[in-house]
Design a protein around this ligand. Structure first.
Ligand SMILES: NC(=O)c1ccc[n+]([C@@H]2O[C@H](COP(=O)([O-])OP(=O)(O)OC[C@H]3O[C@@H](n4cnc5c(N)ncnc54)[C@H](OP(=O)(O)O)[C@@H]3O)[C@@H](O)[C@H]2O)c1
Length: 262
């Protein structure tokens, strides 16, 4: 399948590990040049080097926290100065902590908003004007199955990420005439460091062992296994590609059938 991504320029946020990393590798495999970020330098530089070695594309990197609006803007401007364009922007970040509602603090609510909703707004503000000028663009938010079906002990994620859905739907309407598509990829449990944290929190809350909790996680998924980060990345690549040129404002759930709604 020809994706049309060769020589496109793609920002992939929070991409030193996990789903972001797999997405960076998958876009580079299609020939896209990348701009990657994360807070920690060591893992980011290691992943960037791996991308260059495997696919020979250019990779621009910067280390910062995506909840810092000024850093997001500076990054996007620097990427545009460096490459002369921004075609694809994949928004991503870490997830908020897993805990029961009673345990959450107002500081954690503020942080969850900054991390998972406000950071998406920052990237959208920073990249959409460039995409408008090009009359071509793809903005893809990575969220969670929580936007369709609340996840136990993830009240912060369940609440804040729904705002991303409203943002995606609103922007898809507004930027359709600019030939920019805006979509959301919602992963179910995916085999990354994050899922280990979730299993530990879930085990603590339910009084079971981590192993028992992990078995229960997969038993509830029709495919009876976690997603691979590469399987989530493939959905992002499709949405970024020419093959999804008429798909906008949508949520693509990649969860092995875990979401039971119609
Ligand atoms: N794994 C799952 O089962 C699952 C399911 C549904 C949704 N999700 C969501 O998908 C997103 C990615 O999850 P993942 O499983 O890929 O997580 P992960 O394996 O823990 O990787 C997170 C990546 O994001 C970077 N990062 C975290 N916080 C950041 C910040 N504030 N600013 C910049 N970079 C940041 C990390 O690098 P640094 O730490 O160096 O910054 C790392 O590269 C999360 O929002 C998660 O909640 C995950």
């Amino acid at each position: 399948m020809e994706t049309g991504l060769k020589n496109r320029v793609a920002i992939v946020a929070a991409s030193s590990q996990g789903i972001g990393r797999a997405t960076a590798l998958a876009l580079a495999a299609e020939g896209a040049h990348l701009a990657m970020c994360a807070r920690g330098a060591a893992a980011l530089h290691e992943t960037a080097e791996e991308v260059r070695r495997l696919y020979g594309v250019e990779v621009y990197t910067d280390t910062f926290d995506v909840s810092q609006d000024d850093r997001v803007r500076n990054f996007a401007d620097a990427v545009h100065r460096h490459y002369g364009r921004i075609d694809v922007c994949v928004t991503n970040a870490g997830g908020p902590p897993a805990k029961s509602f009673a345990e959450t603090t107002m500081e954690e609510w503020d942080r969850a908003y900054q991390l998972n909703l406000r950071s998406t707004v920052s990237f959208a503000h920073a990249v959409l004007p460039h995409m408008q000028q090009q009359h071509w663009g793809r903005l893809i938010a990575i969220t969670s199955i929580a936007v369709k079906q609340p996840v136990l002990e993830l009240v912060l994620s369940n609440s804040v990420r729904v705002g991303v859905l409203g943002l995606v739907r609103s922007l898809a309407t507004q930027y359709g005439p600019d030939n920019i598509t805006i979509n959301n990829v919602a992963p179910g449990y995916t085999a990354t460091a994050r899922v280990k944290d979730l299993a530990e929190a879930g085990a603590r809350a339910s009084g079971r062992s981590v192993q028992e909790y992990e078995s229960q996680m997969t038993a509830d998924i029709p495919m009876r296994r976690l997603a691979l980060p590469e399987e989530v990345a493939d959905a992002v690549v499709w949405l970024a590609s020419e093959r999804a040129s008429y798909v906008t404002g949508q949520t693509i759930v990649v969860d092995g059938g875990a979401y039971r709604g119609l």
